[in-house]
Design a protein around this ligand. Sequence first.
Ligand code: 6PG
Length: 247
Amino acid sequence: MPEHGVQDAEFTVLKDADAVARDVADRLMERALAAKGPLSVALSGGSTPKKFYGLMAGKDYADRFPWERVHFFYGDDRFVPHDDPDSNAGMADRLLFSKIDIPAANIHPMPDSGDAEDAARAYERNLKEYYEADTLDPGRPLFDIVLLGLGENGHTASLFPRQPVLHERERWVATCVPDDAPHTRLTLTYPAIASSREVWFLVTGQGKQQVLERVRAGDPAEPASHIVSEGRITFLADSAAAGESRT
Ligand code: 6PG
């Protein structure tokens, strides 16, 4: 399958952050209902997914969504206990998974204790068990959908500027200690994210306008610019992040 990068990505602009959340929920609903077998989704972190989680937990979506068919992984997490307010997995549990009926085996949080390197290796083993192979086959993506956020410093997942993880081409999961953000993190690497049918960047707020423009132009200084997918990349942005004024 040919690889796609950020410069040939689709770009969808929605009115505001609520509209972006609804668009993501509708897309996910459509993919999950159409899926013939299990669907693997890697969730993004930070605050952007909050609205999306709230929608998915609501009756309009929760009652129709085929939870038993979807496996939820994480693109990255802060290496803190899941009950820490900064935990991506803790946020998803609080806002979504605690409110719906989903098999516990379908939720795959990153480890949150012990040694960070051991935790990264453990999560990689988890992914390999799910994938039922130890090497990524270009014709058989690991993820159906990878959701990604975008930081103002150009990071995505926990692929932060100036960090060794940006050069990792073998491991599927690695640690990252940013020099411009708190917490040691665990993150999917570029090759793991590339093993996907679709990558959706969720980008909202005027603060992201400049970096979104640079990433869409493929500025190599931005870690997010180096994201590729075996399938399609789509930017789902609100008008503020897209620099469009919409009433
Ligand atoms: C994290 C993320 C990170 C996030 C961006 C955007 O754990 O911090 O996964 O990549 O998606 O920093 O964060 P916001 O949605 O809070 O702007």
